[in-house]
Design a protein around this ligand. Structure first.
Ligand SMILES: Cc1cc2nc3c(=O)[nH]c(=O)nc-3n(C[C@H](O)[C@H](O)[C@H](O)COP(=O)(O)O)c2cc1C
Length: 206
């Protein structure tokens, strides 16, 4: 039903419109908005949806290679899962190194890094730890953690120390669920968000 030519467009809470001597309808403004032709939703791709639903909270996920070298991967597909016990989940492409290191070591850390690391953190999402020592090459400052052997990123807003619980195949990704075995935070640090899908990192204001 569309109400495009009458006083319903003026969004009066108790508007009663008379057209040709007949009472048409009385609707609250929120419903009128959804019925209006200004509401223009169309079929889009999932990649376009990912851009429309940005920003997503951004993190660097750290793991350890068998040689004892820390690896840092950019990640925006992570989520809280449970409060009791505290759990989170991370969704990683099957192509990268980090997923196989989580599976073999059973632990990882997730650092909600500061805005000062914007460029270095983004570069951790553009190459693989198979060929690059990202901490050394991009200047990622590391800090030892309390419950896991992998380091976190120094100066972060939050660092989660995580122990793997389960893995779920999800198309070209694997979803790893983990218990949060320790967590540290600093409210004075401003965090980064991923915008336009994976395209850029920036803080949010407000
Ligand atoms: C802003 C940003 C967010 C990203 N988020 C994810 C993600 O959630 N999951 C994923 O699998 N890859 C994500 N990536 C891509 C990985 O970081 C990238 O494939 C990286 O090279 C993997 O590194 P690795 O091989 O050392 O594990 C993201 C990249 C950027 C720049």
């Amino acid at each position: 039903m569309r109400q495009s030519t009458c006083c319903h467009r003026a969004a009066q809470p108790s508007c009663t419109c008379l057209t040709g001597g007949r009472v048409l309808i009385s609707l609250p403004p929120s419903i009128i908005y959804f019925l209006s032709e200004d509401f223009n939703i169309n079929s889009i791709t999932v990649s376009q949806a990912q851009k429309l639903t940005a920003p997503a909270p951004f993190a660097l996920l750290s793991t350890m290679t068998p040689e004892g070298q820390a690896n840092f991967m950019a990640i925006s597909w992570w989520t809280y899962l449970s409060n009791h016990p505290p759990m989170l989940g991370v969704c990683l492409s099957k192509k990268g190194l980090s997923g196989s290191l989580i599976a073999s070591n059973g632990e990882f850390a997730l650092s909600i890094v500061s805005e000062e690391l914007k460029d270095a953190a983004f570069r951790c999402g553009t190459c693989s730890g198979r060929s690059v020592n990202k901490a050394a090459q991009f200047g990622i400052p590391t800090v030892p953690l309390t419950q896991v052997a992998v380091p976190g990123v120094a100066g972060s807003r939050v660092i989660f120390e995580c122990r793997l619980q389960n893995q779920l195949e999800a198309g070209d990704h694997i979803f790893y669920t983990a218990e949060i075995v320790a967590v540290q935070g600093d409210p004075d640090v401003r965090q980064l968000f991923a915008w336009d899908g994976y395209a850029r990192l920036a803080p949010v204001s407000g």
